[in-house]
Write a protein that binds this ligand. Structure first.
Ligand code: FES
Ligand SMILES: [Fe+2]
Length: 313
């Protein structure tokens, strides 16, 4: 089924940072919605992430209502079990496996504390998701999650937009930002959009990660824009900092950064949720200015990289 009222909507192909890895358990299935589909995620005996469509191939009950047992997810309706390759490992009434009965698996990888899900044609799958070299394994972070009722394109564009800073963030981060500064110029590439702000830079990497450098090697903000469905996007935000190293103080600072980030994010959310149409690829009548060069380029590349339809189930 196509998206209601938005037949031309497409989602960029690629690996999406889609779930905080610490949400996945070995003892309990997790229900979630991504790419317009209901999914179930769990960990197998080796700790590997398994992500499947949340519908039992027997008679369509939600597997996420079941349990994990025998290295398989067990359907709550008639007890069929499905292993980490999606195949049925047990039909209780026959006491046998039924390998041809299988759940649809979503390609997944675990990297940098995220479960990444692939959207697109399998042939176009890169072996590795994108990342930022600045954020290595040893970098401590605090993280939060925010749910926005808008299309992913509007969320991403908001983070490419520097001209909103003094207006939306007057009393937080943007008060004295000079929007007339003509030296601000985007670096527009096939896989990323980068902007040097003078005091630091931000970079967006297709399809869904963004990073702001606040202090080189010491302080970064990171966002993954997660497509839930046509009208819902999850913002997974992390503050990475290495200037406080004492564990107790680090936790206190982490809590303060979380509060501060959520205040700033809510300032953005208020205006972004007011934009129509919700999907920016349908916003043909908008008049873009020089400061919107990153957004214009984003729209062009997103269209080009959207080979697969964004389907709901
Ligand atoms: S619906 Fe899942 S076992 Fe019957
Ligand atoms: Fe903002």
């Amino acid at each position: 089924m196509r998206w209601e009222g938005a037949a031309s909507v497409q989602l960029c192909d690629g690996w999406y940072a889609a779930i905080y890895a610490n949400k996945l358990r070995r003892d309990r299935p997790l229900a979630l919605r991504r790419f317009g589909k209901d999914l179930v995620a769990w960990r197998d005996n080796d700790g590997r992430a398994v992500v499947m469509e949340d519908a039992c191939p027997h008679r369509s009950a939600k597997l996420s209502l079941g349990k994990i047992q025998n290295n398989a997810v067990v359907c709550p309706f008639h007890g069929f079990e499905f292993g980490n390759d999606g195949r049925c490992t047990l039909v209780p009434e026959t006491t046998k496996a039924a390998p041809n009965l299988r759940c649809n698996l979503i390609p997944s990888l675990e990297r940098n504390g995220f479960i990444w899900l692939f959207h697109g044609e399998p042939g176009s799958m890169n072996s590795e998701p994108p990342w930022f070299d600045e954020l290595n394994d040893r970098f401590p972070y605090s993280q939060l999650q925010s749910e926005w009722t808008c299309h992913i394109t509007r969320c991403i564009e908001n983070q490419l937009d520097y001209a909103h800073l003094p207006f939306v963030h007057t009393n937080t981060i943007g008060g004295d930002f000079d929007v007339t500064n003509q030296s601000i110029k985007f670096d527009l590439r096939a896989d990323f959009i980068k902007l040097d702000l003078g005091t630091g830079f931000f970079c967006f990497k297709f399809p869904n990660i963004w990073m702001l450098e606040i202090l080189p090697k010491k302080f970064y903000q990171f966002i993954a824009f997660v497509p839930v469905d046509e009208n819902n996007t999850l913002i997974l935000l992390r503050a990475y900092q290495s200037f406080v190293t004492v564990p107790g103080l680090r936790n206190i600072l982490g809590a303060i950064l979380k509060v501060q980030s959520s205040v700033i994010l809510n300032q953005d959310k208020r205006v972004v949720l007011s934009q129509t149409p919700r999907n920016s690829l349908l916003a043909d009548e908008e008049k873009l200015y020089r400061s919107d060069d990153g957004i214009a380029y984003f729209r062009q590349v997103w269209q080009e990289k959207s080979k697969s339809e964004f389907k709901s189930s």
